[in-house]
Design a protein around this ligand. Structure first.
Ligand code: FE
Ligand code: CA
Length: 546
């Protein structure tokens, strides 16, 4: 693999990195998100459908393929609602009316709801519908019709309510298009028994072609800075067949990390942002958030900048998605900087931190599953000032909340670091009076770190040293710092288990994916146990036709 030490260090922000300079292109004003102009008018089972059924053009016609070239997506499941997403491609500049249908069967014989959404230039012709009034824990199929074409059929699933015996999620992060093919997305698309895919960020990367990875070129070829740039980059990603495949089969629950704006971003800047040549950070952050809201199937609760939110999966789990990146993060500083030890230092920001404490202490779901960006456990080898290690007071406050309230069953899910880890989270891994490294007793929560879909891990020259150093620590129980892949997370009342599926060489078309390791945390134990095998697959409704 052509991955250099410099690539890696640059990516995690340990060396200086000169950004390519591009002027900021004037962008259209943020008009906010239009509400759907068509009310769900019912249909199918006696919901008072008075309209003539739509003529649905074949999805494989030339027109359908052109109009719906960015396919479909869905996300943010609630027990009665789901976000449906598509985009239309048009040469015109006029608004476009897009019809949508959601059905209980793959043939659309049993349509649950339908409606119409008007999209236009101000939202880059993206379509986002928050369909409500759905049944809990149910698989649905959906499609869109516009401009003489119809979209591919998507498949999605609402969250269950009440008692739940089993949940299964895929967990992914870091899909650098330039580093190869999205094998993880293809594999996850084939796993039909998932409830949702959790994407922990770095869904896109902002770099120019060949600036970070050279296996595939980007559109636009330059580093993305303006609103038009970010939109074009999402559009480019959404033409990838593996990414389309995974969106077609599963709802996403996504948060951004840094590369949806710029490398090693924080609240008021980023390592890979140069105001002198690239304009104000506030402007870049704003347009990056706008494009994210337009292109990702995320429910916008209070405008495009606020992405932290919780999704309840019945009594079994609450999925708590954080923004450790842009919402309230103080600037990264070296370990020697006095600010690193500031007791008020923020990674989440005071308001998000208070909200998180509230969710942890008031949630009535058994498992509190936190989807977030950067590694929480103490990393040996080097000081990663971009992760929780760089914000030790924030980590202590988080663990204090769990300890003080005797909160059980907190599972932290992490991306960003392009490697795989299973970590116990005691207050201090080196304090033998409060933490037993052999049994894990004293751990307050566990962390599962998902590797990158494609982005490179530690360089080969460092990998073995890093792995050995990691396993010599009292709290790290599993580390693979080289391979790409994804995590399958199985949640039952008995345990939450992570299984890592890993592969090498994503720049090659052939896939060598294999099950690598599994770790679980059992009810109220708050510590890791190694497992020997992945959890069994479950029967699932048919996939969306491909
Ligand atoms: Fe990344
Ligand atoms: Ca990152």
């Amino acid at each position: 693999m052509a991955i250099t030490r410099r690539d890696f260090l640059r990516h995690i922000g340990l060396t200086g990195f000169t950004a390519l300079s591009w002027g900021v292109v004037a962008c259209s004003k943020d008009e906010g998100v239009d509400p759907p102009t068509g009310t769900p008018d019912g249909g199918g089972n006696g919901n008072g459908d008075s309209s003539t059924p739509e003529v649905v053009p074949p999805p494989d016609s030339e027109t359908s393929r052109r109009v719906f070239q960015h396919a479909v997506a869905s996300g943010d499941p609630l027990s009665d609602a789901i976000i449906l997403w598509t985009r239309v491609t048009t040469d015109d500049t006029a608004p476009v009316k897009v019809k949508w249908q959601i059905a209980r069967d793959v043939a659309f014989a049993d349509i649950a709801q339908r409606g119409e959404f008007t999209t236009d230039r101000d939202r880059d012709y993206t379509v986002k519908v928050d369909v409500t009034g759905l049944s809990a824990g149910t698989t649905y199929y959906y499609r869109f019709i516009a401009l003489g074409g119809s979209s591919p059929v998507g498949r999605t699933r609402t969250a269950p309510s009440g008692g739940v015996s089993r949940l299964r999620f895929a967990v992914v992060s870091c899909s650098s298009y330039a580093h190869g093919y999205f094998h993880a997305y293809r594999s996850i698309a084939k796993r039909l028994d998932l409830d949702a895919v959790l994407h922990l960020g770095d869904y896109i990367y902002e770099y120019a072609t060949a600036a970070y990875g050279a296996a595939r070129p980007y559109d636009p070829p330059h580093e993305i800075v303006s609103l038009a740039d970010y939109r074009t980059r999402y559009a480019h990603y959404r033409k990838d067949p593996d990414l389309q495949a995974v969106h077609r089969q599963h709802p996403f629950i996504a948060v951004w990390d840094d590369h949806e704006s710029a490398n090693n971003a924080w609240m008021n800047g980023a390592e890979n942002h140069t105001p002198l040549t690239e304009g104000s950070w506030e402007e870049r952050r704003t347009v990056a958030a706008q494009a994210y809201a337009e292109w990702m199937p995320i429910r916008e609760l209070e405008g495009p900048k606020k992405i932290y939110r919780a999704l309840r999966y019945g009594n079994l789990a609450e999925i708590i998605m954080l923004d450790t990146r842009l919402w309230g993060r103080d600037e990264q500083v070296p370990q020697s900087d006095p600010r690193a030890q500031d007791p008020y230092r923020q990674l989440l920001g005071q308001d998000q931190e208070a909200w998180l404490s509230d969710r942890l202490t008031k949630s009535t779901s058994q498992w509190k599953i936190i989807g977030q960006q950067v590694m929480m456990g103490q990393l040996p080898i080097f000081f990663n000032n971009d992760a929780w290690d760089g914000y030790p007071a924030a980590r202590t406050r988080f663990l204090d909340t769990i300890k003080a309230n005797q909160t059980n069953n907190v599972v932290v899910l992490t991306g960003d670091i392009h490697s795989s880890w299973a970590i116990n989270l005691p207050m201090d891994p080196n304090d033998t009076t409060t933490y037993d490294r052999q049994t894990g007793v004293g751990s307050l929560a566990v962390e599962f770190v998902t590797p990158a879909v494609t982005s490179p891990g530690f360089p080969d020259a460092l990998a073995e040293t890093a792995r050995q150093a990691a396993l010599a620590t009292p709290h790290i129980k599993f580390a693979d710092v080289s391979k790409r892949g994804y995590v399958v997370l199985d949640v039952t009342p008995e345990r939450t288990q992570a299984a890592w599926y890993l592969y090498t060489a994503p720049e090659q078309m052939t896939v060598n994916e294999a099950f690598a390791q599994a770790f679980a945390t059992y009810d109220r134990e708050n510590r890791l146990r190694q497992e020997s095998a992945p959890a069994p697959d479950a029967p699932a409704p048919p996939g969306a036709p491909v």
